[in-house]
Design a protein around this ligand. Structure first.
Ligand SMILES: [Zn+2]
Ligand SMILES: [Zn+2]
Length: 269
């Protein structure tokens, strides 16, 4: 069983290849279950296509879902394709998002904190500003992750500690705040992805870090795998080390999703 639940394609404006390219690469790599999860339109903004380099247009979303469904049927019997989306968590907008997603036959929704303090989480100008304050920024980000866990719109939390992505480390590890976050995630019964894109960024670490993965596992949180591939060659990135690591800390199952319901499968290479 090899699965990858976090993949993007050219529709978002900053990834390479079509969904078909991703599926063909998954077949070649022996992926049994492939989740398609492009970036959701920015439903919290007025315009149809406010940020072409970040996400598809709002008006494109129905075609995105239709194409996924057609590909799922076309490849049935060869690879198990799951219909997903990577959503933003945006305070004050989640009831709107919930309603929009309910209108589509999605298997799962990943919830990620991408935008806060007016900037994308991987925008380095945040750290270069004269008044940059990593402790304040990390605290704010983690609080938003807690809200995302509790909002009830998501099946999976995306790149949990992405705020560390550019390699900035706060003066305090915020251990208590993370412990509180682990409890909130466990209580919300939401899965967490092991997102290996962090290892391709300056942080050189998975999202979440192995330390957090261990604490989450001890709290009973379930995991899925996501390479966050932005091109077909990034599929299954670090799959083997992740499986080995999870196995070593006692994880024996991974979470998969169908019709917004969680199904556990054995964790094997
Ligand atoms: Zn992206
Ligand atoms: Zn993301």
């Amino acid at each position: 069983m090899r699965l990858d639940y976090h993949t993007h394609h050219e529709r978002c404006g900053h990834a390479q290849g079509t969904m078909r390219d991703m599926i063909e690469a998954a077949l070649a790599a022996g992926v049994t279950q492939l989740g398609l999860s492009d970036h959701s339109p920015l439903f919290f903004l007025e315009d149809d296509h406010p940020s072409p380099g970040m996400t598809m247009a709002r008006s494109e979303f129905p075609r995105y879902v239709e194409e996924m469904l057609a590909l799922r049927d076309e490849y049935a019997g060869r690879i198990d394709i799951r219909i997903g989306v990577e959503s933003d968590y945006m305070p004050g907008w989640m009831e709107r998002y919930r309603g929009i997603y309910a209108g589509y036959p999605l298997d799962y929704v990943i919830g990620s904190v991408h935008y806060f303090e007016g900037l994308h989480v991987f925008n380095r100008t945040r750290w270069e500003a004269a008044d940059a304050d990593p402790l304040r920024t990390f605290t704010l980000y983690i609080r938003l992750v807690q809200e995302a866990a509790r909002c009830g719109v998501f099946d999976i939390l995306g790149h949990l500690d992405a705020v560390k992505g550019l390699g900035v480390v706060p003066a305090d590890p915020l251990t208590e705040l993370w412990d509180e976050t682990v409890r909130i995630i466990a209580d919300a019964d939401i899965a967490v992805e092991v997102n290996t894109s962090g290892a391709r960024k300056p942080a050189r670490e998975w999202f979440p870090s192995t330390d957090l993965l261990e604490r989450l596992h001890r709290a009973g949180v379930r995991f899925t795998f996501g390479s966050d591939a932005h091109s077909p060659d990034q599929l299954l990135y670090d799959w083997e080390p992740v499986v080995d690591y999870l196995h070593a800390i006692g994880v024996r199952q991974l979470a998969t999703f169908r019709n917004r319901r969680r199904e556990l499968v054995p964790l094997v290479r």
